[in-house]
Unconditional design. Structure first.
Length: 86
């Protein structure tokens, strides 16, 4: 069974010390959804969204067009793409 992926945004900034990426969303995203992060030659991993922050407030769901803070399982860089797994 092949899982379908939908592009949902890309990384615009990464804070290494706290492992949080700023992600500009091109589609809505909710806590609990599974995502795939892809970029560079060696970065391609999956994780579950554990928390979303916008303007220092925790959200359960963020809409299209928002730049949100997302805790990352691994180091990412600007331009990396995020996909929602179905």
């Amino acid at each position: 069974m092949i899982k379908k992926e939908k592009p949902i945004g890309k990384v615009t900034h990464y804070f290494g010390k706290i492992k949080v990426a700023v992600v500009k969303l091109s589609a809505p995203l909710s806590v609990g959804e599974k995502i795939r992060v892809s970029g560079g030659q060696e970065t391609d991993f999956r994780q579950t969204v554990k928390s979303i922050e916008y303007d220092h407030k925790k959200l359960v769901r963020a809409g299209k067009g928002k730049a949100i803070g997302l805790k990352m399982a691994k180091k990412v860089r600007e331009g990396f793409k995020l996909f929602k797994l179905k």
